[in-house]
Design a protein around this ligand. Structure first.
Ligand SMILES: Nc1ncnc2c1ncn2[C@@H]1O[C@H](COP(=O)(O)OP(=O)(O)OP(=O)(O)O)[C@@H](O)[C@H]1O
Ligand SMILES: [Mg+2]
Length: 262
């Protein structure tokens, strides 16, 4: 009998009471994990066995060429109907997202900010935020949101869809914070924005990271995303081509050229 087995036996006896408590995930499990996820749009096999994990409070840059499957991976994590999950597990803070529908995943703390931002027409900035607070699992109060987003405070009575692109992006991030946010999924948050506005959003994302929000950022502007992120995953035709630190990618010209064209 090996020493490992004997050790395992000797420690299990004193903790037998604790062992009877059902644990859904091992204690050392990461805060968020995607395990061998396969997802389809109808017959089209798009997300082909993706795995990665994130520690609490980290920012992960999810990168790759056009059509690599970045948006599809975010949608699968948020448990939207398409692409549909055929295989794999998705865990957030001990909760099995793979067993949930999208509204349950939102309640569990997953908030997807899609590329088109989805500001609700006919509602002011403040109404967009208060509507988000109606959803179960309340997040930040308005005062706290406005303290971090002074531009939104100034425009609180303005119709949300009349904001500039950068302000709409801020509103959609703020709306995620108004809910019970554990994992923020950002799809191309810098798209179409001037560099000065990108910097403002980077500052906000850095601030909310220090407050313990875990983030996945998908961005065509890979350098900006990598400068913000702790770690990076590069997708290629629906599979993980690279996992490592963001700095590893910044320092590796071959990797950058092959998968990111930067
Ligand atoms: N609704 C859909 N039905 C069928 N195929 C789709 C659908 N949406 C995306 N796809 C396909 O899935 C693949 C991955 O698309 P996805 O949008 O996830 O890529 P992406 O990495 O986000 O690309 P981009 O950088 O252009 O946003 C592509 O081949 C795309 O054509
Ligand atoms: Mg996309």
């Amino acid at each position: 009998m090996s020493a490992v087995t004997m050790d395992a036996k000797s420690v299990s006896a004193p903790f037998s009471a604790a062992a009877s408590i059902e644990r859904t995930v091992p204690l050392e499990a990461p805060f968020f994990a995607v395990k061998d996820v396969h997802a389809y749009y109808g017959e089209s096999y798009i997300v082909q066995g993706v795995s990665f994990d994130i520690r609490h409070g980290e920012i992960l840059a999810l990168l790759g060429r056009n059509g690599a499957g970045k948006t599809s991976t975010l949608r699968a994590i948020a448990r939207l109907d398409n692409p549909s999950l055929h295989k794999g597990e998705i865990w957030l803070d001990g909760q099995p997202l793979h067993k949930m529908k999208s509204f349950e995943a939102a309640r569990a703390g997953v908030q997807l900010v899609p590329e088109d931002r989805r500001i609700i027409q006919g509602l002011t900035v403040e109404e967009n935020l208060t509507l988000a607070q109606v959803a179960p699992g309340r997040g930040w109060e308005l005062d706290r949101i406005y303290a971090h987003f002074p531009r939104l405070a100034e425009r609180r009575r303005q119709e949300g869809v009349t904001l500039s692109g950068g302000e709409q992006q801020m509103l959609s991030i703020a709306r995620a914070l108004a809910r019970d946010l554990k994992l923020l999924l950002l799809d191309e948050p810098y798209e179409g924005l001037a560099p000065v506005i990108v910097q403002e959003i980077e500052k906000i994302l850095t601030e909310i990271k220090t407050l313990g929000i875990t983030t996945i950022i998908v961005e065509q502007n890979a350098v900006a995303a990598l400068q913000l992120a702790d770690r990076a995953v590069i997708l290629d035709t629906g599979e993980v081509a690279f996992t490592g630190t963001a700095q590893d990618v910044l320092d590796n010209p071959d990797l950058r050229q092959e998968y990111l064209a930067i």
